[in-house]
Design a protein. Sequence first.
Lengths: 307, 295, 345
Amino acid sequence: MLGYVVRRLLLAIFVLWGVATVVFIIVRMVPADPALLIAGQTATPEQVASLRQQMGLDRPLTAQYVQYLGQAVTGDFGNSYTHNVPAVYLIGQVLPNTALLAVLACTLAIVVSIPLGVLAALQVNRIGDRLVTTVSLIIQALPGFWIGVVMLLVFSRSLKWLPSAGLVGAQSLILPTIVLALPFIAILTRLTRSGLIEVNGEGYINTARAKGLGELTVVFPHAIRNALIPIVTVIGLQFGTLLGGAVVTETVFSFPGIGKLLVSSIQLRDYNVLQASVLVIAATFVIVNLLVDLLYAYIDPRVRLSK
Amino acid sequence: MSADQAVITIAPSHARRLRATVSARILVPLVVIGILGIGAIVVPVLYNYDPLHADLLVRLKPPGTAMPDGSIAIFGTDKVGSDLFAEMMAGTRVSLIVGASTLLIAGIVGGILGLLAGYFGGWLDTALMRIADIQLAFPSILLAILLVSVLGQGILNVIIVLSISNWVIFARVIRSQVLGLKSLEYVEAARTLGASHFHIIFRTLLPGCIAPMLVIASVEFGYVVLAEAALSFLGVGAPFGTPSLGSTISTGTQYLASAWWISTIPGLLLLVLVLATGVLGDALRDRFDPRLRSA
Amino acid sequence: MAEMRIGSDAVTRSAAASLLSVRDLQVEFTTAAGVARALDGVSFDVSPGETLAILGESGSGKSVTGQAVMALLPKPAGSIVGGSIVYDGLDLTARPVKDVRKLCATEIAMVFQDPLSSLNPVFQVGYQVAEPFRRRLGMGKREAWGKALELLKRVGIPDAETRIGDYPHQFSGGQRQRIMIAMAIALEPRLLIADEPTTALDVTVQKQIIALLADLQAETGMAMILISHDLGVVAQVAERAAIMYAGRIVETGPIREVYDRPAHPYTRGLLDSIPSAAEIGGRLTPIVGSPPNLLALPSGCSFNPRCPFATDRCRTKVPALRQPASRGSDHAAGCHYSEEVLADA
């Protein structure tokens, strides 16, 4: 188990370094001169040059890279060009909102999809199963931004039940949470179903039945625990899609989260904020996957007890 | 199950019926995609659709309105008075072009890299898989946004960006397929007969990779189309003047109160397109490779 | 709570009355290809404390028999279409699956072929052995755990106190089968069905497991059905044998008689294909051909295409199970030419 944890940890650090490097390369590819952007159209060439020097842009790329890595480790991503406050400060303001949204969506997805998947698996190829499978196929094909718009149209424009934009109290969370959770629900439901069907053929399920356990006891805890092991990994991987989805969802609902910050930083060409938010999102994803890998090891004794 | 189960062989009649349902699941989506494809080519021409043309007299007309030129705008008009149906079909054209080109590029690049990594192993394999690890740590839409923000808007850039975020899936699946095939006897046989690496890779291994490639391509098609629409919706995809379902939906959000159809109807079309490819992908997967379930 | 009976209690009941009485059992599997009759008119009895060996090749229906009794036929493909399974005066075929499983939980237990896949990999063995006590007897966690420990000791798991918290993958194959047996005998069943309990094990371990089953039987007085394809393994412990072929019992009788004087050509073929120490260097005589496809059984006696004695009569008329001339009343074979088979020996 210790070896496993160490391996995972090293891999996570390696991936984080890789992500930081990729972001560095991509941002340096930007055709526009950041110094020019900050100084503005009216600045004299001298002003731009001194700004370049001040920002370290005149130094060799390798030096910039080393400096950048050092800054990334300490969480110093420089100031926002447009707001003139540290990029981390801006992120710190919106990150909790996105985190709340992501956790809510994740919870909603798990709470809805696992029972649905169990239901479908318990009556394979019968009406309930067909219904669940078809609906999840449709949900998976739904464009997230579009369903968000439709929900806005129905629930806030027409019915006036819910607020349309921003974050004004708990009600503002309802629609974004649902929209963010939808694709997740579809995937998890299908996986729970197929996982349980697969496990159903295993010998220990027959053993459980031979012990006289009812079908529901056979599912909880015998089958589900085994079926959950692969599902947990997928939850981790899908968390990335969820974070990506947050970018779109937050834009649709004008929700003050890191996704919206990211999109507006692209529009404003605020590269420090862009770089910082991409890194923060990627780091979150890597850390969540690390946690999921550890959870995976915890649920599966075959991994936990190996050397 | 125990070894003591009844010996059962599938009678031809049932096998045929089974194949028939699978065929329907392949055929119907193909027909839907075909109709959309033909519509995407023909309709904008028939309607003389010009994305830059504005006719403000007939803007924001609801579905079914008779137009001055005698035609009927079955899905209404948009904010500059363009026929929404024609605009949607033009947008579908962009979706299909982006989807097909992306999968072609990502499939070829990812497929070749996966073949090489799986066949040669060693440092190439390690390097490739580490790159894949790093890339998978990026939510793919995020990578696309980041790259597009650097490259600038444009259909070609969208294709490049989506190819970059999709090659990994092809590379991974083909690699594992090759790892499985490599140890099979007919590949061993080719090797002992003194076949060159080139021959083994492209003549013996590649044919075994075609089915999984097709399956992934059809499963990924929907995601690519959705990603293009999402990028355009966010304003970093199709540039102004290039109709895209995503940007049409995006402009429609400003008119939700007065013209609901601009956002909703193109979304339904997008849903149909993505659903068709999704069903097709599932059916192909069941047909060719049940092991590839839920990659 | 289902009423509990103690195994030894059963022995004191009239020994003549059978504990399990299967009559003319018919099981069908509905498959994509058609309907396969997995069991066709299977009848046998098991008396309290007795051991019956059900023997046959793969596909002969021996495991299906066990599954049918335990209501474990794979749903919805397999179903009982005729006959009866009377356990202790109760016809199990007439009861809903739920009731049968409930009854089986305390009265009839099963040990499966592959102990690794039959144990749930993600639960401690203690939890799995304790489960019958907790679910069926409503025992508390601690008490059930104590019971589980007792059982593990009884089936000979060394160092049971520390190993009780381990997971199945940490045990050897033989130990896993011991754990399966511990789980099966937890509630002191009156009948134990062991479905190929030694097939997945090494030869030396096979003997230990069979010996363990025999010991436990002597201790508790439970009846046993040993399902196996290996005629040697069961020879020491079983009193009676039933040989199955293509869903039918083709020969039944006291195991020594069946082994020494087989009255069905199939039984003889099976015995001839066992290598024995006495005939090292001698030739084995395999049975020609392969087991029939249940969807397309040959007409008449199912064994006729592989049978050296087959005549036209065998190709048209299904032989009934009957007592061959000169044999004891408890020996029966389903062959038109049993006498010839016996004389040919």
